[in-house]
Design a protein around this ligand. Structure first.
Ligand code: NAD
Ligand code: UDP
Length: 317
């Protein structure tokens, strides 16, 4: 695992939720880290604590424009991940995934860097196969409100595999399932942070639809370990590989659990289900176990405790 390796690593989207954790992890591993972000859904405040490390650099840049830097590895995370954020400017979302991938792949080709892509379980759309294995091609609406994200990420995967076949690039593609933890923005809009913030404020928890739809929630530390293992795996391991937690929960049960864990006085209110909201989602983690010897270690209870503690702290400021 490259302890004190002096690798020069570029992390796009490095000031976002996952990017912040990844930059911190890579610094702990002794890498030089260049964090690139346009602060669309991430913040400078997230990475403030990393500035004390002289190996850390931050650059404001939009990945839809070319970037020329000398690096050994690229983690391409730039893209808003929360539906409310990626639907604000859907054209920019597709551009970020597609032009961003083209620019980062072009850079990787030029400097012969290994490149990781943060793909998503959304490439499976509203899946008709359960749990979802990497061999499943998905059930995606190409023209709906989620399509800018889903199809942008699918096109990015296509580009990664074409650069791999055509230009022999070393690629690593992870399909990330719902992940949560500290450094999610308080207004992120995704379900775990929404429910925790609402519960801590004793406001009603907003369950969309009946709440019977399911998701599988992975704590961020587990995910980051999986991402780093994938990047460090042998060149023959390209992915796509599912990374997430296979424990599946209905959204309503998540709301009840968070109310109970925060001893909140909140009620639960039902709102309409957003268009094309997938009914169920659970990763088949067989490939990750086999190729990366990885599986999540942190239970939902334990992960929620840490995340609740984080939000208690930032909401009291
Ligand atoms: P996030 O929104 O917190 O972080 C994304 C970061 O990318 C932000 O800092 C944002 O400012 C930056 N960004 C957006 N557009 C950019 C652009 N054009 N140029 C430069 N920077 C840009 O989301 P996250 O949860 O940290 O997700 C990180 C990556 O992982 C995303 O690519 C997302 O699609 C993927 N992913 C995340 C999850 C999850 O559950 N967290 C699940 C599947 C996939
Ligand atoms: N959701 C909800 N209330 C919220 C936010 C989300 O019930 O305040 C639901 C949403 O409709 C979806 C699930 O929780 O069924 C996960 O939503 P999220 O936006 O976190 O991620 P994604 O839909 O991309 O998996």
């Amino acid at each position: 695992m490259g302890q004190f390796s002096e690798r020069r690593v570029l992390v796009t989207g490095g000031a976002g939720f996952l990017g912040t954790h990844l930059c911190a992890r890579l610094l702990r591993d002794g890498c030089d880290v260049l964090c690139v972000d346009n602060f669309f859904s991430g913040t400078k405040g997230n990475v403030l604590h990393l500035f004390a490390n002289p190996r850390f650099e931050l650059l404001r840049h939009d990945v839809t424009f070319p970037l020329f830097v000398e690096v050994d590895e690229i983690y391409n995370l730039a893209c808003p991940a929360s539906p409310i954020h990626y639907q604000v400017d859907p054209v920019q979302t597709t551009k970020t995934s597609v032009h961003g991938a083209i620019n980062m792949l072009g850079l990787a080709k030029r400097v012969k860097a290994k490149i990781f892509q943060a793909s998503t379980s959304e490439v499976y759309g509203d899946p008709q196969q359960h749990p979802q294995a990497e061999s499943y091609w998905g059930n995606v609406n190409p023209i709906g409100p989620r399509s800018c994200y889903d199809e942008g990420k699918r096109c990015a995967e296509t580009l990664f595999f074409d650069y791999h076949r055509q230009h022999k690039l070393r690629i690593k593609v992870a399909r990330i399932f719902n992940t949560y933890g500290p450094f999610m923005h308080r207004n992120d809009g995704r379900v775990v942070s929404n429910f925790i913030v609402q519960a801590l404020r004793n406001e009603p928890l907003t369950v969309y639809g009946s709440g019977k739809q399911t998701r599988s929630f992975c704590y961020v530390d587990d995910l980051i370990e999986g991402i780093v293992r994938l990047m460090d795996s042998s060149d023959s391991v390209t992915g796509p590989i599912n990374l997430g937690n296979s424990a599946e929960y209905p959204v309503l049960l998540l709301a009840e659990t968070i109310i109970q864990m925060t001893a909140s006085r909140s009620s639960i209110v039902l709102h309409p289900l957003p268009v094309d909201d997938p009914q169920q989602r659970q990763p088949d983690l067989g490939l990750a176990k086999e190729l990366l010897h990885w599986q999540p270690q942190i239970s939902l209870q334990e992960g929620l405790q840490k995340t609740i503690a984080y939000f208690q702290q930032i909401l009291s400021q």
